[in-house]
Write a protein that binds this ligand. Structure first.
Ligand code: PEP
Ligand code: MG
Length: 333
């Protein structure tokens, strides 16, 4: 039923166009680009390839792999996230120190900044793979402060310089972004926004840190809701900061993959979503039935409320306004 939407734009009834991309982590996932009519890959989880191998991959092996990703994506952009290992993503060949709270521990960018050779090799491989191509898009996970972003960026610049000195071709354009997953970064946005090309909300991690609520805990599974006033207000603040700065804001966590939540994001003014391929159709169908401006006005009225969650309100809003949602959305949480 969603196949007929594949070649239709993701445009709301009031004319707001969204960019719907897919989350990917394996070469085979790229088949979904054509199958879904997605705009590109908004999150390529590079760590997945590392997790499924017996050892670390050398820069040249990585380069060949990233080139294959870019080849398969063709003219569609791919946003490569640098290694996000640690916490729930362990490498079988790397013994990590035991930690009380691995989700808040040595992981992602922290880890690769402490082991810069790993990041250097990965960035070298990405530059190599994208040499002579129109675009290389790279983002860093779990950035907690501007200083960390700058340290990572410096490594990219070093590798870029190295490529130039070696007479190697560069990508025509390099876009560099940060993931918004650690709330502290919010208070440095004015500085950060001058230095990044895009900001991508990792709502899975962001929400766990915003609410101090382990994303993997079954006991806490329903404790806090992404459709709550604090979470939605936080995202709206990001939209309001990014827009005047001309920095593209996307959401690539699971939140973007659920139609009712994607509806709220569209109402808040988020224009780029990166989601599971299977959800592109349902999210597009929702968007094409939505008046985003009217929902924005509604959200302005309700996000100040002290309710635990706005989910019921948003479900009722969707029903009242004839918004296309999968029937499973209406099952009680
Ligand atoms: C997120 O945290 O929302 C995210 C996209 O990253 P992860 O791979 O940790 O889910
Ligand atoms: Mg994350």
């Amino acid at each position: 039923v969603f196949d007929s939407l594949k070649d239709q734009p993701a445009v709301t009834r009031d004319g707001m166009t969204l960019d719907l991309s897919i989350n990917a982590g394996f070469l085979v996932d790229l088949n979904e680009l054509d199958a879904t009519g997605a705009a590109g890959v908004g999150l390529y989880r590079t760590e997945l390839a590392f997790m499924s191998r017996p050892d670390f991959r050398a820069a040249d092996v990585q380069a060949a792999y990233y080139a294959a990703v870019l080849d398969r994506a063709g003219s569609k952009p791919v946003c490569f996230r640098t290694l996000d290992i640690g916490s729930d993503k362990q490498l079988p060949y790397w013994r990590m120190p035991a930690e009380e709270n691995p989700a808040m521990g040595w992981r992602a960018l922290r880890l690769t900044l402490d082991r810069p050779a790993i990041l250097r090799h990965q960035l070298r491989a990405l530059l190599n793979a994208a040499a002579g191509r129109p675009l290389l898009r790279v983002m860093f996970p779990m950035v907690a402060e501007v200083a960390e972003f700058r340290a990572a960026r410096r490594i990219l610049d070093l590798e870029r310089q190295r490529a130039i000195e070696a007479g190697q071709a560069l990508p025509e354009r390099i876009e560099v972004g940060a993931m918004m997953e650690v709330p502290s970064l919010y208070w440095q946005l004015p500085t950060l926004l001058r230095e990044i090309d895009f900001l991508s909300v990792g709502s899975n991690d962001l929400l766990q840190f915003l609410f101090a609520c382990d994303r993997g805990s079954p006991t806490l599974g329903d404790r806090y809701d992404v459709l709550s006033p604090p979470a939605l207000s936080f995202i709206r603040s990001l939209v309001e900061a990014c827009r005047p700065a001309g920095v593209a804001l996307s959401v690539c966590g699971e939140m973007a993959s659920r139609p009712i939540e994607a509806m709220a994001l569209a109402g808040l003014g988020v224009r780029r979503l990166s989601l599971s391929p299977a959800q592109i159709g349902p999210v597009k169908a929702m968007l094409r039935s939505l008046d985003a401006g009217a929902l924005a006005a509604y959200l302005n009225r309700v996000t100040d409320s002290a309710d635990h969650s706005l989910r019921r309100h948003l479900l009722a809003y969707a029903q009242d306004h004839g918004i296309t949602l999968p029937t499973t959305t209406f099952r009680a949480r």
